[in-house]
Design a protein around this ligand. Structure first.
Ligand code: HEC
Length: 106
């Protein structure tokens, strides 16, 4: 007897497009990956925006917080999209966690 099978359509994907931190990922790393990496490169090597590796030797922390808050030319302003705490976390991340410039350039 022929059977009438049910729908063979695959179930709807359950993945969400809302970015969430990866396990163990810090706030700064998460914000960098989701907000900054597109323009500054996944490891800060630069792309549309300038290289951020070694930024701590070029810019003071408060100056850097200001750039992220208010933007500059093609650098978008991230306040109020990011909280002050998130801005400080991502600035700290770029200063301490991004790979530095090549050892030969230090
Ligand atoms: C749409 C692309 C874009 C995004 C997204 C972006 N930036 Fe930028 N960023 C730029 C550009 C372009 C500049 C250079 C601005 C200028 O000419 O002064 C810049 C400059 C900067 C500078 C100053 C660099 C220097 O050497 O003076 C810092 C710091 C910075 N960005 C951090 C961030 C952080 C942190 C994020 C994520 C929260 C971010 N940017 C997201 C495009 C971007």
């Amino acid at each position: 007897m022929p059977t009438v099978s049910g729908s063979t359509a695959a179930p709807a994907p359950t993945t969400t497009t809302t970015a969430v931190p990866r396990p163990g990922e810090s706030t700064g790393a998460f914000v960098y990956r989701t907000q900054c990496a597109g323009c500054h490169g996944p490891t800060g090597e630069g792309n549309l925006g300038p290289e951020l590796r070694g930024i701590a030797s070029r810019l003071g922390v408060e100056a850097q917080v200001m750039v992220v808050r208010t933007g500059n030319l093609r650098m978008p302003a991230f306040s109020p999209a990011l909280s002050e705490a998130e801005i400080r976390a991502v600035v700290a991340y770029t200063r301490s966690e991004l790979p530095g410039p090549p050892a030969s350039a230090r």
